[in-house]
Design a protein around this ligand. Sequence first.
Ligand code: PLP
Length: 368
Amino acid sequence: MKIKANNLKRQYELYAAEFDQKVLDVMHSGWYILGEEVSAFEREFADWIGAKFCVGLGSGLDALWISFRLLGIGPGDEVIVSSNAYIACVMGITMNGAKPVFVDSDQYNNIDSSLIEAAVTPRTKAILAVHLFGQCCNMDEIMRVADKYDLIVVEDCAQAHGNHWKGKTAGTFGKVGCFSFYPTKGCGAFGDAGAIVTDDEVLAQKFRVFRNYGSEKKYYNSVVGTNSRLDELQAGLLRVRLSHIEELNRERKRLASRYSELIQNPLIELPRVRPGADSVWHQYVIRCVERESLMRFLNQREIGSVIHYPIPPYLSEAYAYLGIARGSFPNTEKAADEVLSLPMYNGMTEEEQNTVIRALNEFRENGS
Ligand SMILES: *Cc1c(COP(=O)(O)O)cnc(C)c1O
């Protein structure tokens, strides 16, 4: 049995009839960009998150860079971010000419909140809280430091649709919550899409203007904006997905708890959830010192797995210019050497999951 690390077709098939109907409805409507589907999705998504406003955008990266741009963060400013993040988190900062100031990660793969305060300088303007793999950062500590030094908090919820920190939804702590609806994400579209949520009406309106060439009224442009519009097809399909999101998140939690209960191998370290945090299990990320041989072993059994991420952003070629040496963030580098994301997707069968579990439990030292 061949098992992919992710299986997008399975996720489509769960609600195929509804998705198909929505595609036809939008095609027949004769309106394809920023219309009723987008407005309806923005309302429904804001309600679900518990924010006042949602603005649909072209991607998660757009949500990040436009947030920093409209919050006035640019050259000379610093933004604190986990060294263990996806490269887009860092690009959202550097695209505006601001400087990312990295803080090492902790055993939960998120920013080590006990190290944040020491990274604050007179130039610090914001903290980007990246809720990696579906688990919330320690928002108590992030909000405490932000309040103390008057910093803006932006949340990257691209992997955390609907998770919580002490009962409060990710995306509602900071000034802006940034979401991606890339197909593999918890609320995935069938193409690129993203959004921001905020309680600030003025800011929400600025996003609406900025995403559409800075124009509030057609052909009258108040600022130099961009083209980052959510289209009707993606918005319509996202509404279908959102109408099932609670059951989809529950299914992932169930898959995760089965993994945690049934994987028993001293060579494999299971993921931990921080007390107070909740996880929607965007990924189920184990650690294994012999990761390369484990991956080979799984491959031989036709079981897919993925490394999130093999190279921390500050060590990537793209950010060589930052001049940050290897060894700077030991926990992040250890994670890069040991993490492995197991197959995990909505529509995964018990038989498929049992096959993965059996393989993991049979893995021995030296890859035998
Ligand atoms: C996917 C992702 C992004 C970028 O979203 P895109 O829609 O691919 O631009 C940003 N941050 C994190 C943490 C992500 O996982």
